[in-house]
Design a protein around this ligand. Structure first.
Ligand code: CTP
Ligand code: MG
Length: 192
């Protein structure tokens, strides 16, 4: 029972922590479009650097929304920090909580920027192995943004290994679910 509670609270923290990255990704998907980041340039292999799925508008709106979410999380923590501290297993997680409001903003920038850089790096790799824009690359599609977000966030806060593993597994599941919904809504034209 105790371990179930610890697991659930660990999962809840992990998902809450990753909100800026998730919302950056979803915002890019929902509001993206227009000029591609690679400005339609090709790499030395003659294929697109990144492709039409990585756009300036999606990247910028994603980073703004992700950072705003972290700013809001920082305000919530200022008022309810004591409540967080009462939750089970909290002491193990203290390292992933930013110190002060400025660090919340930095964490938001790192998580949302990291998510979109990771996603763009995934697109770069897909083009190199000749997978067309929008075609599935299992594991890479689900994990590129998570890895990017975790790497940049690690500059700002200390993330325990258990939390990293949990985040990787659950983010992949969420990504699959979100993309299925996006496909059903017509925001994506292929399902994977
Ligand atoms: N998107 C965007 N800008 C970004 C990331 C995503 O505009 N920086 C939008 C694009 O409309 C993109 C959609 O979100 O088509 C879904 O993103 P993703 O699944 O990563 O792109 P794909 O179209 O599948 O392209 P790729 O094969 O390069 O991953
Ligand atoms: Mg992608």
């Amino acid at each position: 029972m105790d371990s179930t509670i610890s697991f659930i609270s660990l999962l809840a923290y992990a998902l809450y922590f990753m909100l800026p990255a998730y919302l950056a990704n979803v915002s890019a998907l929902a509001f993206g479009g227009g000029a591609p980041v690679d400005l339609k340039k090709n790499f030395t292999d003659g294929r697109r650097l990144l492709g039409d799925g990585v756009t300036w508008r999606g990247t910028i709106i994603g980073i703004i929304i992700g950072t705003l979410i972290a700013a809001l999380q920082g305000v919530i923590f200022m008022y309810y920090g004591d409540v967080f501290a009462m939750l089970p297993g909290w002491t193990n997680l203290a390292g992933i909580i930013p110190n002060g409001y400025g660090e919340w903003i930095l964490l938001g920038l790192a998580l949302s920027g990291g998510a979109l850089i990771g996603d763009a790096a995934g697109s770069f790799l897909k083009r190199r192995i000749n997978i067309e824009r929008g075609r599935p690359a299992p594991f890479l599609d689900q994990l590129d943004f998570v890895i990017g977000a975790l790497i940049l966030a690690s500059i700002v806060v200390t993330i325990p290994l258990s939390v990293i593993i949990l985040i990787i597994i659950f983010s992949a599941i969420l990504h699959l679910a979100a993309n299925t919904i996006a496909y059903l809504l017509g925001l994506k034209n292929v399902w994977y």
